[in-house]
Design a protein around this ligand. Sequence first.
Ligand code: CAA
Length: 245
Amino acid sequence: MSKSSLAIVTGGTGAIGTAICAALHADGHSVAAIGHPSEAEKIDTWRNGLAFEAHVYLADLADFEATTACLASIEAELGQAAVVVNAAGITRDAPLKKMDAQAWRAVMGANLDSVFNVTRPLITAMIENAHGRIINIASINGQKGQFGQTNYSAAKAGMHGFTMALAQEVAKHGITVNTVSPGYIDSPMIRAVPEPIRDNILSGIPAGRFGTPEDIARVVAFLAAPESGYLTGANIPVNGGQFMH
Ligand code: CAA
């Protein structure tokens, strides 16, 4: 384990985020989960349901100033982060001909601006500490596109562009930057897809099942390990064989 073992997980109170917090905690990290302010009333229930201790913060990660203030509180209370997992994300699905600017901006803000807003304030200390693990949770739909998701597919593809560029900038500082691209994971986000469409998606997954949040967390924990220092700039698909390239 590195000097600092703090892991920050954005979207840490969501289905995939919670599993990531658990896996990183099991590997010896202290964990700070960042959720959205709209979740304030649910946080105690979330925390009480955990089998491990997690610190929880709330911030609108689409807002740079709010994010910077939140990260400053985390550093003051828990120290500097060795690992950041950008897992915050939302969908606002609609065909482009029906998509309004609000649905576009909301998805770009929560899914892509958040990656800059979180990573930018943390990168200086990681460079000074000569260690860091940055893991961006994108999506199969950023790799292949998805009917009804011009916003989400663009944001998720953008996350991997960010990964590849930053990986080159910080490799010599002992920092790795990778993308994990989940397929369809059993979660509220997938359950919101109309059932006939969901059944059709399931029939196209060679593994014959939706993924579990733990399927994603396992890969994140591997990338977060101090020993995983020579794997950087990659986009790792975890999708049950639904899309290969
Ligand atoms: N490919 C081609 N055509 C499609 C299609 C597809 N995948 N899906 C729908 N269509 C067609 C329909 O057959 C229909 O055709 P007709 O007009 O000829 O009848 C037409 O498109 C429907 O268009 P509408 O304008 O009526 O669309 P809508 O307003 O009803 O909503 C939608 C469309 C909201 C995008 C809906 O199709 C949908 O929810 N799709 C699922 C999108 C999806 O997979 N989201 C993933 C969410 S989970 C996630 O994002 C996590 C992750 O990372 C994987």
